[in-house]
Ligand binder design. Structure first.
Ligand code: FES
Length: 176
């Protein structure tokens, strides 16, 4: 007599997968990997935010650009130094401020508009006042600055140490 092949119960762990279960497993793994990546990014962003280096972008060595004699700069005026990537602003009280020409939104170069008395970003139309305060968003914060040093009547700008600004204060202004 011929014996029939009777299917037996498979051992645990050797069962045929349910239809669709391998796809579910794959998706679970993908979500796991994405979760790990998101976690790493959140940690990196948090570390950057709380690190003191946030205030000093480069924290590098001094790289001085000689802008000129104090007397060369009219009060209440803006002087572009495109190669140094800054505008030297002479305030009405005689103070100097070196404002970065890099927009705080996505980094386009802002342009000084003499007639409108403001910096205008050509990319998304953010505008900034004479000292770099945001007048019109989407720029989220003021324009960055560079330290200004005045030695023996010569105005120098340290482009090696850009300073990220969240507010304007008098410590950013240099006087002769
Ligand atoms: S880069 Fe300046 S407004 Fe967007």
């Amino acid at each position: 007599m011929k014996q029939k092949n009777i299917p037996t119960n498979p051992k645990p762990g050797t069962q045929n997968p349910e239809p669709g279960s391998s796809r579910r497993g794959f998706l679970t793994k993908v979500w796991g990997v994405l979760g790990v990546i998101a976690g790493v990014e959140i940690l990196a962003v948090s570390a950057g935010f709380f690190s003191p280096a946030r205030q000093n972008l480069a924290n590098g060595s001094q790289k001085l650009v000689e802008a000129g004699n104090v007397g060369d700069f009219k009060l209440n005026s803006v002087f572009p130094f495109r190669s140094g990537k800054f505008y030297l602003v002479r305030l009405s009280d005689g103070g100097f401020l070196a404002v970065s020409l890099k927009c705080s939104h996505l980094g386009c170069s802002v342009l000084w508009n003499e007639e409108k008395n403001k910096f205008i970003c050509p990319c998304h139309a953010s505008t900034f006042d004479l000292v770099g305060n945001v007048i019109n968003p989407p720029a989220p914060r003021p324009l960055d600055t560079f330290p200004v040093i005045i030695e023996e009547g010569i105005v120098k700008v340290d482009i090696g140490n850009p300073v990220k600004r969240f507010a304007i204060d008098n410590s950013q202004i240099a006087y002769a």
